[in-house]
Design a protein around this ligand. Structure first.
Ligand code: ZN
Length: 355
């Protein structure tokens, strides 16, 4: 005799008991799913049947108050027809509402899950996007800025020296493609898609020593290595729902107008990204034996001059916390980040462009 799997709720507890339902001519015999023990007999007389759609069947019986027999086996729903009892169907409207609630719940759950895992998800996805692909995002803004880059060979040599000192031996991520000085009096430093680090003339003018610029540069190098630009692009794309989450298909990201490109240059990273970039920057400074004090001094001075904060600093009201993390405990034997001559050359990178 064929037994149909079902669950029996006794109406007293929330626990569901797995049972096998045997359809007989005079009623339903319920047996424990794991053995031959009979747990109940529901005669056809007094049996209430309800079809919920999708093959789901609910049965109740007048002699078992509160109890509910529920089965998802569509063959049981067909077999009980032999009992000749009326099979009530859930009205279509209610069925749709129930389905809608289930779907809505599932979608809400999915959205919540994506939102909660967004930082980690975007970081993981970012690392899968080749840097060359990312650089296409920065192409337009790069070509806009190209005209305003300060091209001084001695300044470029100074930046190369600094890059070499700040390099990590076996970095597990891309390194900055290049570092450029932009002829712009606003104090700022940022990273373009593709890994170009841009320091402004205003930033160089504001710094009181090469150690300060070394700290800022080390921080930006960490944004490049940790793929924060791409992660940010992915994060905002997912949030704006303008991009379907398909790993390996980055074509949707390639449609970038100059406005978007500018927004990328002015982007603000998450606090977690800034903290991670600070931590990596300190590691680089310590390895290069460049005193942390310069990085800290720069923060302190910018904090005092809050009208002129660069984007990466102004997003963080807790700069005191960042200052504390930097501390001043540098390893012994610190040397200047650049020679006096190189520092002078770097600071006057844009001198030739001056009117
Ligand atoms: Zn930053």
């Amino acid at each position: 005799v064929r037994g149909f799997p079902a669950e029996l709720y006794d109406g007293q507890s929330a626990r569901a008991r797995p049972v096998l339902v045997i359809v007989e001519l005079s009623g339903l015999r319920l047996r424990a799913a794991d053995g031959a023990d009979e747990v109940g007999y529901w005669p056809a007389e007094g049996l209430e049947l309800e079809a919920l759609g999708g093959g789901q069947l609910h049965a109740r019986h007048a002699t078992a108050a509160g109890a509910l027999l529920s089965s998802a086996d569509p063959e049981l729903a067909a077999a009980v027809a032999a009992l000749g009892r009326p099979l009530r169907a859930l009205p279509r409207g209610r069925r749709l509402i129930r389905l809608g609630l289930m779907l809505g719940g599932a979608i809400l759950g999915l959205v919540a899950l994506i939102y909660a895992s967004l930082p980690a998800l975007s970081r993981t996805l970012a690392r899968r996007v080749p840097l060359e692909v990312e650089s296409r995002l920065g192409f337009q803004i790069e070509s806009l800025m190209e005209k305003r880059y300060c091209r001084s060979p001695t300044a470029e040599a100074a930046l190369d020296d600094l890059l070499t000192r700040l390099a990590l031996p076996a970095a597990d991520g891309p390194t900055a493609a290049k570092v450029r000085v932009l002829d712009w009096d606003v104090t700022n430093a940022f990273t373009l898609p593709g890994g170009t680090v841009v320091l402004t003339r205003g930033l160089l003018a504001k710094a009181e020593g090469p150690g300060e610029i070394a700290g800022v540069l080390a921080h930006e190098l960490e944004h490049v290595r940790q793929r924060h630009v791409m992660a940010q692009v992915i994060r905002s794309s997912i949030l704006s729902l303008g991009w379907s989450v398909t790993v390996g298909d980055f074509s949707g990201l390639m449609i970038v107008d100059p406005g978007t490109a500018f927004a990328i240059a002015n982007q603000r990273f998450s606090r977690a990204d800034e903290r991670a970039a600070d931590a990596g920057a300190l590691l680089r400074l310590d390895r290069a034996r460049i005193d942390r004090a310069g990085f800290a001094a720069f923060f302190r001075r910018l904090q005092a001059d809050s009208d002129n904060l660069p984007a990466w600093l102004s997003t963080h009201p807790a700069s005191a916390e960042r200052l504390q993390a930097i501390g001043t405990a540098s390893p012994p034997g610190a040397t200047p980040a650049l020679t006096d001559a190189a520092w002078t050359a770097l600071r006057s990178a844009c001198a030739e462009r001056a009117p």
